[in-house]
Design a binder for this molecule. Structure first.
Ligand code: NAP
Length: 544
């Protein structure tokens, strides 16, 4: 959901729709939530801004978009029939294949009839008298329900380009996170791309192949590990399908929700340089997943971190022929502080004659002009500009909706110093509202599908218990929320996560409060904590 892209508010003649639960967003979180509640006999609907299911995979149609968690793991585990019948073609599937999967799930479980598409939620207000949530969409329709589940996504609200002069630019421009649903022919065109995060790292090699020239405007160099993507062979798929239950169990018990991660058990500093380099090389050859897990202290100790960081820099120097370009592409911050990228021929692309790299720290972008991008050095004549400048992560989609809780309290005010929640699932003052993979939960720090399933299952149980116990309201108490916030901060401070300007700390959005938003204590620890809380009668919650 993105408030900046909402249409005008209209008045509708439609009567208010009343259901047990309203879910906002038909991505993987929303779809499973809907299925779980439907299965229990609750009347639930999804309100979805887009014209189809898939959430982030609906919008991110940019060239090269694919997942960076192996698809056999980046998929639902809740239905064995589903995981047995679905065939992934590649290790890391492309966006069209993932979207096809999302549609398959929606059709297979007959979800679409419960989804109102093209319904962009603009406000959600808790009505204290009726103890119901009232939601309003940009088309003017109103809905009410006892439970409101925000499945709005962590990386769904785009960081809107605010470059001066954008309206005067005569060429075409596109945003990776809102890519049009049509083929864009770049043949013979001069293309510029702003940003070098995960989206750009995936798009750049393809844009370079398909255009006359590509100019990359880089602000911060990023670490990227080759994905080593490949087609899946039938033997491998059979092995996975035969062993899916143990793979899923391993995911659930793991730190990052990925079964095939080989977690190193030693410190990077307790082994010889020779052993370390061999380990890094093996992991580099194997591909993205697991590189950063080679040693226990890469994420926590600067010296250990530097060994992995320098290994990647040495690879960049090896791959990129022009030493100046290689130097510019070599990141200086701690590896893993920003989300590590997975690529196919990213650094190799800079050896192409039609690709050039501009350091916008050296020559900042001043504005867009009719011809293209104007830096302090010159005007770059461009037919097409691609903005790969990321998202207003974790909070943007929620704050894009005007959410009011008890006593008229507004979420935007409650979160003015950064998001506050209990477990990243609930917010004090906002009864019966749940956030799937919300800030304060591990969400984006691993396999999102595992995070989503855990949250949906916890929320479903919670709603079932509410109904069984005849309760009308659940919300966390202030003390429990405070304690959880302190804990999030405490574990984040034990890592190197605050040492760079990442979207995890909101640094990419001017004015956003600098707080580390996800919970870095691990999926395993977190899951246990959530289960303990519900088993102990919803410790830290007020249920009336
Ligand atoms: P991102 O990681 O936030 O990268 C945005 C890029 O744009 C950064 O290089 C940033 O520079 C640059 N930028 C932002 N504003 C700029 C400005 N005004 N001028 C110049 N440069 C600017 O966003 P993303 O690439 O879309 O990825 C976000 C997250 O989405 C990823 O970390 C990942 O979790 C997820 N994602 C996953 C996949 C996948 O593999 N499945 C693919 C894409 C995205 P700074 O670094 O200096 O801020």
């Amino acid at each position: 959901m993105n408030s900046k892209f909402q249409g005008d508010l209209k008045n509708s003649d439609q009567p208010m729709t009343s259901v047990d639960a309203i879910i906002v967003g038909a991505g993987f979180g929303g779809m499973y939530m809907l299925h779980s509640l439907n299965k229990l006999g609750f009347k639930a609907i999804i309100l979805e801004e887009a014209n189809g299911v898939g959430g982030t995979w609906y919008w991110n149609r940019y060239p090269g978009a694919r997942c960076d968690i192996p698809s056999i793991e980046y998929s639902y585990s809740f239905s064995d029939e589903l995981q047995q019948e679905w065939e992934w073609s590649q290790k890391y599937s492309t966006q069209p294949e993932i979207l096809e999967y999302a549609n398959h799930v929606a059709d297979r479980f007959e979800l679409k009839e419960h989804i109102r598409f093209n319904e962009c939620v603009v406000s959600a207000q808790y009505m204290e008298n009726s103890k119901k949530w009232k939601l309003r969409t940009s088309s003017g329709n109103t809905y009410e329900s006892k439970y409101c589940v925000m499945a709005t996504g962590s990386l769904s609200s785009i960081n809107k380009p605010k470059f001066e002069g954008i309206d005067s630019y005569k060429g075409d421009w596109y945003i990776t996170g809102k890519w049009p649903n049509k083929k864009i022919d770049l043949t013979g065109k001069s293309v510029g791309i702003i940003g070098t995060g995960s989206s750009a790292v995936q798009a750049i090699p393809i844009l370079a192949e398909n255009s006359k020239s590509l100019t990359v405007f880089q602000r911060t160099a990023n670490y990227s590990i080759p994905a080593n993507n490949r087609p899946l062979d039938s033997e491998e798929v059979k092995h996975v399908k035969d062993n899916y239950s143990s793979i899923r169990e391993k995911q659930r018990k793991g730190k990052g929700g990925v079964a095939f991660t080989n977690l190193g058990l030693k410190s990077a500093l307790e082994v010889s340089e020779e052993e370390r380099l061999k380990e890094y090389q093996e992991r580099w050859d194997k591909g993205y997943v697991g590189f950063i897990s080679a040693y226990t202290d890469i994420g926590t100790n600067e010296e250990a971190n530097e060994t992995a960081a320098e290994f990647v820099r040495s690879k960049i120097r090896e791959i990129v022929k022009n030493p100046n370009t290689a130097e510019l592409l070599s990141p200086k911050n701690a590896i893993g502080c920003k989300r590590l990228c997975a690529d196919t021929n990213y650094f190799e692309t800079y050896n192409r004659d039609n690709v050039s790299l501009i350091d916008v720290n050296d020559t900042p972008i001043e504005s867009l002009v009719a011809e293209g991008v104007k830096t302090t050095e010159k005007i770059f004549d461009l037919d097409v500009v691609v903005f790969a400048i990321g998202f207003d992560a974790m909070t943007g989609a929620l704050l894009g909706i005007d959410i009011k809780g008890k006593n008229g309290i507004e979420l935007k005010d409650k979160w003015s110093d950064g998001p506050r929640s209990y477990l990243g699932l609930t917010v004090e003052g906002f009864p019966n509202m749940f956030t799937i993979t919300g800030p304060g939960s591990p969400s984006v720090l691993g396999n999102m599908m595992v995070a989503i399933e855990q949250h949906v299952e916890w929320i479903t149980q919670c709603i079932q218990d509410m109904e069984a116990d005849g309760k009308s309201e659940i919300e966390p108490d202030y003390a429990a929320e405070n304690k959880w916030m302190d804990h999030i901060e405490e574990v984040a401070n034990q890592t190197l996560r605050y040492s760079c300007n990442s979207w995890y700390v909101g640094a990419n959005v001017p004015g956003k409060k600098r707080v580390f938003m996800p919970y870095v204590g691990g999926y395993d620890v977190y899951r246990k904590k959530c289960n303990e809380i519900s088993t102990n009668g919803y410790e830290g919650f007020l249920r009336i």
